[in-house]
Ligand binder design. Sequence first.
Ligand code: 5GP
Length: 196
Amino acid sequence: MNQVVIFSAPSGAGKSTIVNHLLEKYDFLEFSISATSRKPRGMERNGVEYYFFTAEEFEAKIAAGDFVEYEEVYKGSYYGTLKSEVERIWAKGHIIVFDIDVKGGINVKSLFGDQATSIFIMPPGLDVLRERLVGRGTDSPEAIEKRLAKAEEEIAYRDRFDHVIVNDRLENSFAEAEAIIESIAGYSSKHSGTEL
Ligand code: 5GP
């Protein structure tokens, strides 16, 4: 059965670190490259981190029904998953990994039903989240307060996810995430020949 795994989290919870670890460890996982209308940041390349479109191009794709889901995550910036991306990855027999916002995560879970496993990454607390956002040094104090307010809203949705990982210690979070992935993939029986 074709499968998807969805990761959602408030920003600063450490979601990307966990997702990248899993993608490196398991070659049957493949990252779903989202489309966005925001501008590339730093070294980002089209077709690697995102498929970059103008807002007009993005809106034309919405009108054409090309998206599985999309959201205006930040004012003026669309993000969405193209149907062609899902087909591309499933054609290889890979399990799709989504890194999408909390609303998108809940939508994708209800779209894919039994084929989807959704995982919410929780920051250990809002204090820790504030420290991480300050430490990252990429946001102004006002932007940090905005992100924290959004984080509080997003955390309220954690019960809608199949699994919640509290990202206190990274090694523990890796182990919890690996156990979930391995159970989805039927890992131990398929890859080592032993039955559970
Ligand atoms: P960033 O601009 O920092 O790369 O991403 C901003 C937010 O957009 C993150 O929370 C990310 O998970 C979310 N996001 C990325 N791709 C998608 C998508 O295809 N759909 C939705 N709903 N959110 C997305």
